[in-house]
Write a protein that binds this ligand. Structure first.
Ligand code: 13P
Length: 337
């Protein structure tokens, strides 16, 4: 059995601490080529290696972003790209004290012999070797997203268990490589379910995830949890107030997330920019003596308005950076309650 050395444990603790530093959150800029294409389609920009590089360079070189952003999650293509000055993005970010992360899952695929809406995230094959390579490219943390859909008869035990197991195996491989795993079991907002149903499912999922992490000997002080907030489905007649989201989310994490876990960094999951910020603020206002840092790891909530402002135009870079910084700052403030 390989066990983590004290040196590796210290390295993991340091990275997790840096990622959850006071007033800072994570920028999820790890959209796959297919997903960024959808985002670019919405703003009328052709998706090419060049346009993707230009867009990410705009984000990563936004002046002062390091005041609000502790780490950036990249996609495989992005971690190999450089700024116009010829520095690897990871090097440029490191010069500002910002950590580089890498999405290592290969996406959510249909789960065999299950309800057709259920998915399993793939990507464990060859992961040990890929992690070693990403580390040499400057990554100190990684991300794996599992997707759980709510319906009348789903999620099944099969979907919850297989996804939790894959997350735990991914996490163990990351830690062996000295890389902090971001563990993202996303219970989707899609559907008409109530906030109570979301709480019930999220609680079940997180409970299973932490059981699997324990089985795989994962060192909890060296992970970051990236969950959904507990919130009503986007089609539910009764939408949740921020106070309800905060109360239900904290109740759920208090039951399921061990106090050794240093930080919980939320995904935005399709909430509007304003909602995601308001809910994060309410959570931090209500958190009382919660043992974990509660921060953001947003993709859409930090980028939607930024992409609109940029619209693929060189002359709009400064304006788009301002929009990005405004959202990053507002979420940074929200972590202070
Ligand atoms: P959203 O904040 O847009 O949900 O993205 C976060 C993320 O990393 C999804 O995997």
């Amino acid at each position: 059995m390989t066990i983590l050395t004290d040196k590796t444990k210290q390295e993991l603790i340091q990275t997790a601490k840096a990622l959850t530093a006071s007033g800072k959150g994570i920028l999820a800029a790890d959209e796959s080529t297919t997903t960024i294409q959808k985002r670019f389609d919405a703003i009328g920009v052709e998706s090419s290696q060049e346009s993707r590089q230009a867009y990410r360079e705009m984000l990563f070189t936004a002046p002062g972003m390091e005041q609000f952003i502790s780490g950036v999650i990249m996609f495989d293509e992005t971690i190999r790209q450089k700024t116009s000055d010829g520095a690897l993005f990871s090097k440029h970010l490191a010069s500002k004290g910002v950590l580089t992360g890498i999405k290592v899952d290969a996406g959510a695929k249909p789960l065999a012999l299950s309800d057709e809406r259920e998915k399993i995230t793939e990507g464990l094959d060859g992961l040990r070797e890929r992690l070693a390579q990403y580390k040499s490219l400057g990554a100190s943390f990684a991300k794996w997203r599992a997707v759980i859909m709510i319906g009348d008869t789903i999620p099944s035990k099969q979907a919850i268990n297989t996804n939790a197991h894959a997350l735990a195996r991914y996490a163990a491989l990351c830690q062996e490589a000295g890389i902090v795993p971001i563990i993202e079991p996303e219970v989707l907002m899609d559907g008409s379910h109530t906030i109570q149903r979301c709480e019930e499912v999220t609680t079940k999922v997180l409970k299973e995830v932490f059981e699997e992490l324990e089985e795989q000997n994962v060192f909890l002080q060296g992970i970051i949890l990236k969950p959904n907030m507990v919130i009503a489905g986007s089609e539910c007649e009764k939408q949740s107030t921020s106070e309800e989201v905060a109360e239900a989310s904290l109740r759920c994490f208090n039951k399921t997330v061990p106090s050794d876990v240093p930080g919980i960094a939320f995904l935005s999951g399709g909430q509007s920019d304003e909602e995601a910020t308001k809910n994060l603020k309410a959570i931090n206002t209500q958190k009382a003596d919660a043992p974990w840092v509660l921060t953001f790891s947003y993709g859409r909530a930090l980028q939607q308005a930024t992409q609109k402002a940029w619209a693929g135009k060189n002359e709009e870079v400064a304006k788009a950076q301002e929009v990005f910084l405004k959202h990053a700052k507002e979420n940074s403030e929200a972590t202070r309650g």
